[in-house]
Each structure stands twice: as structure tokens, then as C-alpha cells.
Design a protein around this ligand. Structure first.
Ligand SMILES: NC(=O)C1=CN([C@@H]2O[C@H](COP(=O)(O)OP(=O)(O)OC[C@H]3O[C@@H](n4cnc5c(N)ncnc54)[C@H](OP(=O)(O)O)[C@@H]3O)[C@@H](O)[C@H]2O)C=CC1
Ligand SMILES: O=C(O)[C@@H]1CCC=N1
Length: 269
């Protein structure tokens, strides 16, 4: 049976999911989108050939609803949606922080809800989408969710109690790597390299290191040791990273991200 999927609040993540669904072979006729601004709806229609409808219409006609508004906008969206969502629908939330129980309290009794924390590499089919079932979501609902997210990267099931940590590590994760690349490119400028050359070197170092981490399965310590020659250049840099507390900064940074996810639990400000 053809399943219709609606993406509600089609911003950055929502649009990336729409493009992934279409790349995976879903017909544009089976994908609905909603947007707050008419010009955004028109843009999505034109770019993907999908139908843009209002939230109530999406709730009435799609089997699976993927909610990709910001946590702060989730309350208003649920007020609009709830009267139209039958308990035979699958509701997938892509929002940081907001627990499945929050949705279950606002939807018809028994409505299956699945929480997913994906990340922006969804745009290049290299996402990690971390999936947790709510109280009424069955194995079938998890499989349907995986079917949507697998074409755009990997999926991982975790207990919902781990979702705030997953948000800190995986949802926000790409930003930390972009931040490092940006800072190291600046370091190249300091050392007298042209910006484009510095960026080229650092991006390729990041790609090479990522592929080694993924494909060799080696522990990162071993991979780093292989780069670090006695009395060489790398250890001189590592000493500075340790002197400046980079490891401790990362522990604190990810803890802060986890805490912020917890604060967003009630669609917080
Ligand atoms: N960005 C990321 O890396 C990740 C984000 N997330 C989660 O994904 C969600 C979306 O994030 P992101 O894509 O970055 O944010 P965006 O702001 O790009 O997307 C949210 C979209 O929802 C629209 N919107 C808000 N309210 C409504 C409504 N009532 N009806 C229809 N559309 C509405 C907004 O419209 P308008 O354009 O008018 O504001 C906007 O286009 C968040 O919950 C976030 O926690 C999860 C993983 C990673
Ligand atoms: O920064 C945020 O809140 C969202 C959730 C994870 C990544 N971006």
C-alpha cells in the first residue's frame, strides 16, 4: 500500500528529508509539505513537485506526519493538528528536546509517536538518525520510521532516556566539526597560507580522518598515535591543545547542549 508522508514545517531539516524521500524513489504525489509562509510553500512546490497544503489538510490525508518545526513552535502546531490526527496515523517528531509523552498528551489516545534526532548530513545521505519509540509505537512504526530515514544515512535505535545526549552528540555534532575546520583554516591564515589553500587542506584532512575512523574501526587514540612522531610536529600541537583545556571544553560543551535539550522538553523558550 502506498503510504503518504507529510513533512510539517519544511525548513532546513524538513526540506532535506523531502529531498531524501524523493531521492529514495518516493513519488512526489505521495509527499506533502506544509510551510508557514506562502512564498516558502511555492518554492517547495516548484523545487520538488510536491503538494503544499495546510497543516490540517496534511493531518487528514497523510499516513505519516513528520513534524520538523522548532521546539518553540511545536505547541502552536499541535493545537492546529491535534483535532485532525486519528490514532491510525504515525507521528514522527524531529524536534530537539520534546519528549514523546508531550505529544501523546495532546493527540488522540493511543496515537503512535516516534522521536527522531537526525542531523544536517541528511543533505548528503550521511545523516545519523537516532530513533526512539513512544508509549504506543510498535515495531511496525519503528520500521516505517527507519524506511524514511535510512535512505539519507544511518539509523540507530536508543531508549528515549538517551535522546538528549544524542541531540548533544549527534544532532549538534556536525556543528562542532564545522567550528574546528573554521578555526583551523584561520590557523592556516596565521601561518601565511592563502585562505582557499588552507581550507582545501583542512577539509581534506577532515574527510580523510573521518573515513579512517569509520572504515578502519580503529580506536581514535591509535589513529592519533600513528600521526604523532617522537619529538615531532604533532605532539607540539597536542601539548597546546591540552594546555588550553580543549578536552575539558568539549566535555562542558556537550553537557551544555544536553542540558539545553532538556530545557526544551516543554517546547521551552
Ligand atoms: N538544524 C539542525 O541541524 C537540526 C534540527 N533539528 C530539529 O529540527 C527542527 C527544525 O530545525 P531547522 O530545520 O533547523 O529549523 P527551520 O527554522 O529551518 O525549520 C522550521 C520550519 O518550520 C516552519 N514552521 C514553524 N511553525 C510552523 C507552522 N505552524 N506551520 C508550518 N510551518 C511552520 C518555519 O517557518 P518560517 O520559515 O516561517 O520560520 C520553518 O521553515 C527543530 O525542531 C530542531 O530541533 C534536529 C536535528 C538537527
Ligand atoms: O541547535 C539545535 O537546537 C538543533 C538540534 C540539533 C541540532 N540543531
Amino acid at each position: 500500500m502506498t503510504q503518504r508522508v507529510a513533512v510539517l514545517g519544511t525548513g532546513k531539516i524538513g526540506e532535506a528529508l523531502v529531498s531524501g524521500l524523493l531521492r529514495a524513489g518516493k513519488s512526489p504525489a505521495d509527499v506533502l509539505v506544509t510551510a508557514r509562509r506562502p512564498e516558502r510553500a511555492a518554492e517547495l512546490r516548484e523545487r520538488y513537485g510536491v503538494e503544499a497544503v495546510d497543516n490540517a489538510e496534511a493531518a487528514k490525508t497523510a499516513d505519516t506526519l513528520i513534524l520538523t518545526v522548532k521546539p518553540q513552535d511545536m505547541g502552536a502546531l499541535l493545537d492546529e493538528l491535534a483535532p485532525h490526527v486519528g490514532a491510525d496515523r504515525l507521528v514522527i517528531s524531529g524536534a530537539a528536546g520534546v519528549p514523546t509523552a508531550w505529544f501523546e498528551q495532546r493527540l488522540a489516545p493511543g496515537t503512535p509517536v516516534v522521536r527522531v534526532m537526525t542531523n544536517t548530513p541528511v543533505l548528503v545521505d550521511e545523516a545519523m538518525s537516532v530513533i526512539s519509540a513512544g508509549a504506543h509505537a510498535s515495531e511496525q512504526h519503528l520500521l516505517r520510521t527507519e524506511e524514511i530515514f535510512k535512505p539519507v544515512g544511518r539509523t540507530l535505535r536508543v531508549p528515549e532516556s538517551q535522546q538528549d545526549a544524542a541531540t548533544a552528540l549527534s544532532g549538534s555534532g556536525p556543528a562542532y566539526f564545522f567550528f574546528l575546520v573554521e578555526a583551523m583554516t584561520d590557523a592556516g591564515i596565521l601561518l601565511g597560507l592563502p585562505r582557499a589553500v588552507a581550507a582545501d587542506m583542512i577539509v581534506q584532512a577532515a574527510v580523510g580522518a573521518s573515513v579512517m575512523l569509520r572504515d578502519t574501526g580503529e580506536h581514535p587514540v591509535k589513529l592519533r598515535e600513528a600521526v604523532t612522531s617522537p619529538a615531532g610536529t604533532t605532539i607540539a600541537a597536542i601539548r597546546e591543545l591540552e594546555n588550553h583545556g580543549v578536552r575539558a571544553a568539549l566535555l562542558s560543551a556537550l553537557e551544555a547542549a544536553r542540558n539545553r535539550s532538556q530545557e526544551l522538553a516543554s517546547g521551552g523558550k
